[in-house]
Design a protein around this ligand. Structure first.
Ligand code: ADP
Ligand code: MG
Length: 566
């Protein structure tokens, strides 16, 4: 187990200290694991109802993150996935409770019900007005009567918000309880787990899932779900969650709802956005009116991957309560509405007119292009292998993708004037290659194109100069020099050879051979050094001995051109 903790027994205390230390509006009770609004006394004196929630830890930001003006007055934190003690709850009630009374918002788990319930009983015996509501929004369990009943899940956070707005508005305990209960009665949640979580004290996952398995309807305590099913994809999984959630609320077209898309802990924000998109789509298909949607980590299960979807059927005043501002650090704000993907048109470029004419259909150009395409496709796995060692492993794939895109347009390309051809190649490269190489090659090809613009029929010296200008454009854009361990280590030595030929012309084949050799030498020399540019530069001495993939790629296409030209 690798966790950023110090000891399994100090997790909760250190976490609470961290939460309180990083907020100027929160405090903790001395001697009890309770997080309180630091202004709770003023609130009590103002005759406002106090709201207390809590439960086992491990669900952060629940519940301490919801303590603040407009939401909870206090959160009681148990051990990880363990109900807090009766005494801790009682300490919270005694501290923040005043004449207006206290509402306890409890998730439906036996331990929580008993400890919060007993604390309420004790507090009432001391003369305090205490009520309790129990959130049981989990709709995964079909037969609630055969189990301890539906569990309390992420929907609890919406209850905090609605009750919090009511308490902040100065409503009576009866009215605040009613608002909370009404939210509970219109709430449904179901979750799916992609990977389990590890309770620090246990040190290992509660259950294991194969690569292609997911748990539907799991709880938030690392427990397995209701069914284990094969993994499909985001759309399918979200559709099934939504169907269950919407059906259980008997939602009909025109019904207004709020949706809470909750990350169970380890799901990337990228995937959460995809889940939210699908959930909205499902709601819209059903004809629901989504008045608010929130996406994020609201009530987690440590580092479990997966999500839950909550729907709240909105009754009068609920939306307003959800939208009322709060100071609770974990509440994400007013929430978005609608669920329409708005698209605005992107500005199109003013196109450069083709130069046209002249060397149309030079067979050497076509042969060179074909040779480069073939060589890059063939070198894909070799280049990928190198990039896996010193980069991110995409270079071979990216260049092969570019080569195939060029191949698809070969007939059209091979007939263009060289300046137009290079411009087209630049555009194709920019669109299809991607990564560092895509941008650099696109820039180089574009600069090379401009140098050929004025030549009706470029000769080989013109091509050499074009290659040289292209290489210098790459050096400029990438801010790299020879010896930095980049493609330039191959490109610049080759260019130097070819540009020298313009000064003392000779046999083209021999010069080309020498250019390829110079490129090879460049790669070999640089593979003995550390990198100063690109991803490889983060690896320090670890790259030494491995040739730079981008430089090897230059050798690949340069050599292909050499062979094509006979
Ligand atoms: P990434 O995946 O990092 O976006 P690619 O896989 O497309 O990059 O290309 C990696 C190659 O790009 C490197 O092997 C190196 O030859 C080249 N490269 C990286 N940075 C530069 C730079 N600043 N200038 C020139 N070439 C560079
Ligand atoms: Mg790469």
């Amino acid at each position: 187990m690798k966790k950023l903790i110090n000891s399994t027994s100090s997790v909760v205390d250190e976490m609470i200290e961290g939460i309180v230390a990083t907020s100027d509006r929160l405090a903790m009770l001395a001697g009890a694991r309770v997080v309180v609004r630091s202004d709770f006394a003023a609130l009590r004196d103002a005759g406002k109802v106090a709201l207390i929630s809590g439960g086992g830890s491990g669900h952060e930001p629940a519940h301490a993150g919801y303590v603040g003006q407009g939401m909870l007055t206090a959160a009681v934190c148990g051990d990880v996935f363990t109900s807090p003690s009766t005494d801790a709850v009682l300490a919270a009630i005694r501290t923040v409770g005043g004449p207006a009374g206290v509402l306890l918002i409890v998730k439906n788990y036996t331990g929580d019900r008993l400890n919060f319930g007993l604390a309420a009983e004790l507090a009432r015996a001391e003369g305090l007005d205490v009520r309790m509501v129990v959130v049981a929004d989990d709709v995964a369990l079909a037969q609630a009567s055969e189990t301890a009943g539906r569990r309390g899940l992420a929907g609890t956070v919406l209850v905090h918000k609605i009750a919090g707005a009511a308490a902040e508005a100065g409503l009576s305990l009866g009215e605040v309880s009613l608002a909370a209960q009404q939210a509970i009665d219109h709430l449904a949640t179901m979750g799916v787990g992609l990977s389990p979580c590890i309770v620090p004290a246990a040190g290992k996952p509660n259950f294991t899932l194969a690569e292609d398995e997911i748990e539907f309807g799991l709880g938030i305590h690392g427990e397995a779900g209701v069914t284990r099913e094969p993994f499909t994809n985001a759309s399918d999984i979200v559709q099934r969650l939504c169907a269950r959630v919407f059906d259980s609320l008997r939602l009909a077209p025109g019904d207004p709802v709020a949706l809470l898309i909750n990350n169970l802990g380890a799901t990337p924000a990228m995937e959460m956005a995809i889940v939210a998109r699908e959930a909205l789509d499902q709601a819209v298909r059903r004809g629901l009116v989504v008045d608010a949607i929130w996406v994020g980590s609201f009530l987690t299960a440590i580092e479990m991957a997966g999500c839950s979807i909550t729907a709240l059927k909105l009754r009068p005043t609920m939306l307003e309560a959800l939208r009322t501002p709060t100071a609770a650090p974990a509440w994400p704000g007013a929430g978005a509405g609608a669920g329409v993907v708005r698209r605005v048109a992107a500005q199109q470029a003013v196109s450069v007119p083709d130069r046209g004419g002249a060397t149309a259909g030079d067979p050497r150009i076509r042969a060179s292009l074909q040779a480069v395409i073939g060589a890059l496709v063939e070198a894909e796995s070799y280049l990928t292998g190198l990039d896996q060692q010193v980069g991110d492993g995409d270079l071979g794939l990216n260049l092969a993708r570019g080569a195939k895109a060029i191949e698809a347009e070969l007939d059209n390309l091979a007939g263009q004037h060289p300046a137009d051809l290079l411009r087209s190649l630049s555009a194709i490269t920019r669109r299809t290659v991607g990564g560092t190489s895509g941008a650099l090659y696109a820039a180089g090809l574009l600069r090379a194109a401009t140098t050929l613009q004025a030549r009706d029929v470029p000769d080989r010296y013109d091509w050499s100069r074009a290659l040289g200008e292209g290489a210098r454009a790459i050096a400029e854009l990438g801010d790299a020099r020879i010896g930095d361990r980049t493609m330039l280590d191959a490109l610049l030595p080759a260019v130097a050879v070819l540009e020298a030929e313009a000064e003392s012309p000779g046999d083209a084949g021999a010069w080309l051979d020498e250019a390829v050799s110079a490129a090879r030498r460049g790669v070999r020399d640089s593979s003995a050094t550390a990198s100063r540019r690109g991803r490889s530069s983060y690896l320090g001495a670890r790259v030494i001995g491995v040739p730079d993939p981008g430089a090897e790629a230059v050798v690949v296409w340069l050599q292909a051109i050499r062979h094509a030209l006979g």
